[in-house]
Design a protein around this ligand. Structure first.
Ligand code: HEM
Length: 498
């Protein structure tokens, strides 16, 4: 039989079979293929995985089971159908949920530290970090350090590029700034990565390489990345290089008795953690790395999307400037200066706060959260979970659900966060989970991040006009953190009053 005859004969059978396996499925729902399960749909949509997940979750009622080779995950943007799901997992039954053994393997570069740890070890980390952040002069020091970085690091760099009329990548600038700030906080050392010559620091850039490789580890089966690791190629090679860069940078800067690390050192000795947590040096290195990741990647990602959203909505820029001038009386001395603790408190009540919340709603820097039950559990929505099934909560999708945010859910509307009496509106964390949901494990650096982001955003917007480079397309890169794929290329010019 000729090949074409065979194809003609088999085609109707294949079509009937295809329609049979698609029967009852919504248009965006992945097809479940024999052996491969839903993997083909996941791979085809990998470049837009967050939007794809949002489409599927919107069409399928907010919770969806994804199956494939060695893959069984329950995806949810629970508020759309049942806010009680998030409350159940993140608060009420919190003690029954860890991040699961798979998360543990995927994120091995972070060791057993605050992001990976659970139960007792996590509690030690959380309490120790919290104590540092609540320390008497923490806020005053933070504001002073952030302003110092803006004045001596950010302004010289931006003046340099605006003077030369050349474009620059704001995302890169924010990453450097956040990296310098968090190193100062954790290691009491400023690496000065934010300088006009934009030096290449392997440790600072290694974070982005890690985020990419870790996302790929979520999609590809474990044997595949173990093979890559063994052959030392591709993502696994990048991860190995990143680990070396982190070690080279952090180990020599761990100085006994300094800042945050002093408190961790004390806990390590008091609790006699040597047997279960390796040497003190390793423990302090891992602690530093975790805090540095939180400090660098998340605030810089939020600032990047804020500036992109403002560039797309020029009226919001005018509003931010008007409020700053009125609240901080900037018109009187026409010079932007460090605002005091009370003044920075005023910024909380401002449109700029709403603008940052919109950036976090539409582009949450942590787009996905993992959970896995220790004992089998039933969610409030009736879905069953057992030990080898992961629960993935899409924070990205939660911010883009019409049923949660209304018809204008895709619009950038800082007003959404301001009540009729002019105060900032509180939104529950199951509806706005950018800093994670539920009290027990919510982000510890939220206030620190807001102080930093507001100071930096206010300083740039007041001093420069920021215009996107013509033709530069901005979209999310497929990473663990939601960075912009090709950065944020802008041209700056100084305002006429500076
Ligand atoms: C816009 C900026 C930030 C966002 C959106 C953000 C978001 C988050 C999220 C979603 C989590 C939960 C992660 C998980 O459990 O897997 C988290 C945890 C955490 N964040 Fe942040 N974060 C930000 C800035 C910061 C900063 C500047 C710090 C300061 C060091 C920080 C410190 C932490 C810590 C220590 C945890 C772990 C809390 C725990 O597990 O108990 N974050 N953050």
């Amino acid at each position: 039989m000729a090949t074409y005859e065979f194809v003609l004969m088999i085609a109707p059978v294949l079509l009937v079979w295809y329609f049979a396996i698609r029967r009852g499925k919504k248009p965006s729902e992945p097809t479940t293929w024999p052996v491969l399960g839903m993997l083909p749909a996941v791979l085809l949509n990998l470049h837009r995985v967050h939007d794809y997940a949002t489409e599927v979750l919107t069409e399928c009622g907010g919770t969806y089971r994804v199956v494939g080779p060695r893959m069984d995950m329950l995806f949810t943007s629970a508020p759309a159908c049942d806010p009680a799901n998030i409350h159940h997992v993140f608060s009420r039954n919190f003690s029954n949920y860890s991040k699961g053994p798979e998360f543990h393997k995927i994120f091995d570069i972070f060791s057993d530290d605050i992001f990976r740890a659970y139960f007792e070890l996590w509690e030690i980390h959380r309490k120790t970090t919290l104590a540092q952040l609540m320390h008497g002069d923490f806020n005053a020091n933070l504001q002073r350090n952030v302003w110092h970085k803006v004045d001596t690091g950010l302004f010289p760099v931006l003046d340099h590029f605006s003077g030369a009329r050349t474009d620059l990548d704001l995302q890169d600038i924010f990453q450097r700034l956040a990296f310098d700030n968090i190193c100062k906080f954790v290691l009491d050392y400023d690496p000065c990565s934010l300088r006009p010559d934009l030096p290449f620091l392997p440790c600072e850039k290694a974070f982005s390489a890690v985020m990419e490789a870790l996302l790929h580890r979520h999609v590809f089966p474990e044997w595949m990345w173990k093979l890559q690791k063994w052959l030392n190629v591709s993502d696994e090679r990048n991860l190995a290089k990143a680990a070396v860069a982190f070690d080279d940078f952090i180990y020599p800067r761990i100085i006994s008795g300094v800042n945050v690390l002093k408190a961790f050192e004390k806990v390590y000795r008091e609790r006699n953690m040597a047997s279960s947590n390796g040497s003190l040096r390793d423990f302090l290195k891992d602690t530093s790395l975790n805090l540095m990741f939180a400090g660098r990647d998340l605030t810089s990602t939020c600032l990047t999307w804020l500036f992109w959203l403002v560039s797309q909505n020029p009226a919001s820029e005018t509003k931010i400037l008007e409020e700053m001038e009125a609240e901080l009386r900037l018109k009187e001395d026409k010079k932007f200066r460090f605002f005091s603790a009370q003044e920075s408190h005023k910024l909380v009540e401002m449109y700029l706060h709403g603008a940052l919340c919109e950036s976090l709603r539409l582009f949450p820097p942590v787009a996905l959260e993992h959970k896995a039950p220790v004992r089998p559990d039933i969610l409030s929505s009736g879905h069953h979970l057992h030990g080898d099934k992961k629960l993935i909560i899409s924070f990205y999708s939660v911010g883009r659900m019409e049923s949660v945010w209304g018809k204008d859910y895709l619009e950038f509307k800082p007003e959404r966060w301001i009540s009729p009496s002019g105060k900032i509106k509180y939104e529950p964390s199951y509806k706005f989970p950018a800093f994670s949901a539920g009290r027990p494990r919510t982000c510890l650096g939220k206030e620190m991040a807001f102080v930093q982001m507001k100071t930096v955003a206010a300083a740039i917007l007041y001093r420069y006009m920021v215009r996107l480079v013509e033709g530069h397309r901005v979209s999310p890169r497929v990473l663990i953190t939601l960075q912009a794929r090709d950065g944020l290329k802008v041209l700056l010019s100084k305002r006429n009053w500076i």
